[in-house]
Structure formats: C-alpha cells, structure tokens
Write a protein of this length. Sequence first.
Length: 155
Amino acid sequence: MTKSLFGKTDVIQMPIRGPALPHRVSMGEGALVDFDEAGNAFNPHPYVSAVVVVHARENARDYIDRELANCRPPDALSPTAQHARAVATLTALNAAEREGRVPDGEYEWVEVFDLSGLGAAFSGMPLPPNIFDGARDRWYVLDCNGFVERPAERG
C-alpha cells in the first residue's frame, strides 16, 4: 500500500508484454485529505499544519533551457536535419561553458500546501502567512475546488 499526501497516488505503468501503451493507475490512499459522509474534506491528521516542498534548481539549467528554446525550429525537420541541429546546439552549449557564459550557483524555492483551511477538522497551529515569502515561493490553500494558489504575503 502507498500513501500520498493529497489524494490517491497515480502511477504510470508500462506493460511487460504486448503493446507499449502507458496507462495511469491510481493506488494507495490519501494521507492528509479525506472526506466525511457528507463529502466534506477534512484532515485526518489535524496536527499537521502544512506540507512544505523544497525545490532547488541550478542557474545553468535555466540558461540551457533558454538556449534550447531559442534553437527550436519553427517547422518539423528531417531526421538528418534534426541530427545536425542537435550537434550544433550541443557544440554551442559546450562553447558557452568553456567561455564561462553558463552561470554558476543555484536557487531554491518552496511550495507550501496549507492545511489550516480544513475548518473545524483542523486543530493545529497555522503557519504565519509570511513565513515562506521568497520571490519564487508559492503558497496553496484549500477551497471548495481543492488546492488553489494564494497571493504571496511578503514580510
């Protein structure tokens, strides 16, 4: 059995035999959001205030993504042309790295999934609204449609 934080875990499976058609399988059970008999969402673990997912990304990855986006052809290419374009792109990226144009360092951001909006079923201590207030941070709250992003409250 598996548990996911906000609902059933979706797994992409590829069959061992037969056609290679991936399909999505829901398995396990939701760990932090459940529904009562009336269909209302509640937190079966009322002491959990939020789930915070920390991300890190290298500045070099952003540079490479921008360069690759600039190299996308407007039309479909033949396999020979695709190969030539790929070789030229990799050559240009290698040259950029040798010349020091690829930036060093990384940055971090968080996604906060705030569980304090579960109403009477929540008995924990809510996080301060500006505890994660970085420029890239994202904060999600519960409403009748599930988790929705709320505007940042900068400290």
